[in-house]
Design a protein around this ligand. Structure first.
Ligand code: PLP
Length: 462
């Protein structure tokens, strides 16, 4: 996910603003924003953290439960961030919290790669929810590690079947796969690559068929782009794709995806879906790639896997995951038992409590309502998309696809001042207002939040 800088956190605007008090069952705003008493904390963070950490609105989280976030000065927000699409089962889900506490109280907080029973249980559960044929799971800590690992697995496969020239990784323009060196090079944001001196020439990006900034959604664009980049299909080790891109909650067209699968098969290239953001029910299917009705070879997981603890995973075919001998693909914190216990409880809760179906219903409501808003505020909303419990409004200079970051930022700020929590705008030029409620959000809460968004749009679009 690519964040734009959010001006509400810049030095000139770290000034409390008096706002109209709000008091509903789920939203309370009883102070100026940012809270005057919070300024010393914000300043301390600013002084000692890299400025790269300063992109988010100045809300100091104290506690979060279900679909609400609280600070310690009496303010309460409906959460439309899920803490960057992590808390799919809701914040502090009772079963997830209990599982982590039980694991700590039991007395095992770390065991490196030594076998543990709890790790065995999670692996078994993940294989159960994965499509048939994906039978191995490697646990890591962050999403970036999972995508790095997928790159390594795809390349190793390429070298085995096609020699040293079959190492090209194809990914997508405006894609995001994390912030480690390899994952950034596989990402498609030019700004993320400027500091890298020697870009890997065997990583190429092709346009993502979003139908908005890339109107031609035919698979010919994929083929032509590879040709233009001088890449021979037989040299491609794998294709890595976010199931939807962070800046627009829009799936690729099905015919494109079917052709992509056929192309990968024909060229012995591995297909990887980066579901770090899209998995675990977020899009109204357990795995977002299920929307495409095609098979995948690898899945990268993270974020929603545990609804709050740092854990990620690569799930895939045995012949891919078993390419490296014992000891050569490991991690110190692989399968940390506390995170694993939380993830097991989260995955089970998502399934038992029908959260995937709830995400689907959330998506139906968001699609209707965001399109209504797009018509009402015709012009500045260039695209409105929703797929399950993730949606985007792409704010543009009217009549163009040029992103309008100041407008997107003003909308987010307006929502925060009204008790609706969102993270800073994302996507191309920081123009996307992104909506990502926990999957447990009930309809009345969702509709209340949509009303807040509408008020904020009214204020921001003059
Ligand atoms: N892949 C996708 C699609 C993501 O959205 C993200 C994070 O936003 C990542 C990978 C990186 O995950 P992490 O921040 O846990 O390293």
């Amino acid at each position: 996910m690519e964040f734009g800088e959010c001006p509400v956190t810049t030095a000139t605007t770290l000034q409390p603003r008096e706002v109209t008090p709000v008091k509903t069952k789920y939203r309370k705003i009883v102070t100026a924003i940012p809270v005057p008493e919070s300024i010393p904390i914000l300043e301390k963070l600013r002084e000692h953290e890299p400025q790269s950490m300063g992109g988010q609105p100045p809300v100091i989280w104290d506690r979060a439960e279900g679909f609400c976030v609280y600070d310690k000065w009496g303010n309460q927000w409906i959460d439309w961030s899920s803490g960057v699409l992590v808390t799919n089962a809701g914040h502090s889900h009772p079963a997830v919290k209990q599982a982590a506490l039980d694991q700590i109280n039991h007395g095992l907080m770390h065991n490196y790669c030594f076998p543990s029973e709890i790790r065995g249980k999670l692996i078994e559960e993940l294989v159960k929810v994965a499509p048939k044929g994906l039978e191995k799971v490697f646990l890591l800590t962050t999403g970036s590690e999972a995508t790095e690992c997928a790159i390594k697995l795809m390349r190793q496969h390429g070298k085995t079947v096609g020699g040293n020239s079959k190492i090209v990784i194809v990914s997508f323009v405006n894609g995001f796969h994390g912030r480690t060196m390899g994952s950034q090079m596989a990402g498609g944001w030019p700004g993320q690559k400027e500091w890298i001196v020697n870009l890997d020439p065997a990583m190429v990006q092709v346009p993502y068929p979003d139908g908005f900034r890339q109107p031609d959604t035919s698979f010919d664009v994929f083929l032509d782009s590879l040709k233009q980049a001088g890449v021979k299909p037989e040299n491609v080790a794998g294709v890595m794709m976010e199931t939807y891109q962070g800046g627009s909650a829009k799936l690729a067209p099905m015919p494109y995806m079917k052709k992509l699968r056929e192309w990968c098969d024909a060229n012995d290239a591995v297909l990887t879906f980066d579901e770090v953001q899209a998995g675990f029910g977020r899009t109204g299917k357990f795995w977002a790639f299920e929307h495409y009705e095609i098979e995948t070879d690898l899945i990268c997981c993270g974020k929603g896997i545990s609804s709050g603890m740092p854990l990620s995973a690569v799930i895939g075919r045995t012949q891919l995951l078993d390419q490296f001998p014992p000891g050569s693909m490991t991690s110190t914190h692989t399968g940390n038992p506390v995170c694993v216990a939380a993830a097991l409880a989260s995955v089970q809760s998502i399934r038992k409590e029908n959260m995937v179906e709830n995400a689907r219903k959330i998506g139906e409501i968001l699609a209707v309502e965001l399109n209504r808003l797009k018509e009402k505020f015709d012009g500045p909303i260039g695209a409105a998309d929703a797929v399950g419990a993730v949606a985007t409004l792409q704010m543009v200079k009217p009549g163009t696809t040029e992103p309008d970051k100041p407008l997107a930022t003003a909308i987010v700020r307006g929502c925060i001042e009204r008790g609706l929590l969102m993270f800073a705008p994302v996507g191309t030029g920081g123009g996307t207002v992104k909506i990502a409620p926990p999957l447990i959000t009930p309809e009345d809460v969702l509709r209340e939040a949509i009303g807040v968004l509408e008020e904020s749009l009214e204020e921001a679009i003059q």
